[in-house]
Design a protein around this ligand. Sequence first.
Ligand code: SAM
Length: 279
Amino acid sequence: MYISFDLAEKHNIYNQLVITMSYTNPGKLQNPASLRRKIYTFVRERSLVELLKEIWTNGIPLSRRLIGLYFDKKFDQIYQVDTCGSIHLYELSVTRSNTESCSIYDPIPARTIRNLIANIPRDFSDYNFIDFGSGKGRALFVAAEYNLQKIIGIEFARELHETTLKNIKQYKNPNQKCFDIESICCDATEYAIPDGKCIFFFFAPFGADIFSQVMDNIRKSYEQNNRDMVILYVTDPITHPFPSQEIKCDGLFTKIRGGNVPFDIAQRDNLYYEIYQIN
Ligand SMILES: C[S@@+](CC[C@H](N)C(=O)[O-])C[C@H]1O[C@@H](n2cnc3c(N)ncnc32)[C@H](O)[C@@H]1O
């Protein structure tokens, strides 16, 4: 008896809430872009039970995305760039149809990539840092804090590449140590690996099919010119499985470190990393 009264009471409060939202500032509710209208529509279309279920299942991932976005915006503000936002590839012009195994641009949280680069046991001064699938360049700008020889981003979505070019001009960081930053607009499989020592960075950019073609190019480049090479691979293994077989490249590379990425409040997903070096 007590429980049913309690539930009825809660329903009553819930209905009041929906009604109150529709009466406070009705002008804003007419505007399809208004956040208030979106919240109103979302609440109105669901029963209380459905709403509670929604909060239970999607509330945590949603809060993680919002926290991530807050830190992304902070990064952009501090360094005067535009690297934030999750963008679906269907909204972008992509140079070829290699999109099946990748669907989204998502920047890596700055603190995460800082921690991971610091984990690479090398003196970087004569290394190139190459980000395959560099998006708007977030990883490039964090890498610029290290004394690398050159930093290169490979991105096949023209709009993202163009944003990176603008970012390179605008980027301001008193801790910048590497000033040679380049963005190249091409498919990762078509990029010619440069001579010189290389650190290859991958933040879940594409599936194993494309990755194995890139690894093939890396192997051929190594066979022509033996030199040190390191791979840093980061992924959320639930959505983008780790390409365990392809990365070893028939025994050319050996894993030296790996595990869960150290905690970073800006991470939207639980990330996992592995670092490989040439044998
Ligand atoms: C998850 S985002 C990573 C962004 C960036 N590396 C970072 O850490 O901030 C993956 C990026 O890979 C790009 N990408 C996917 N497939 C590609 C391909 N075949 N060639 C070049 N870029 C690709 C996407 O457009 C997207 O920007």
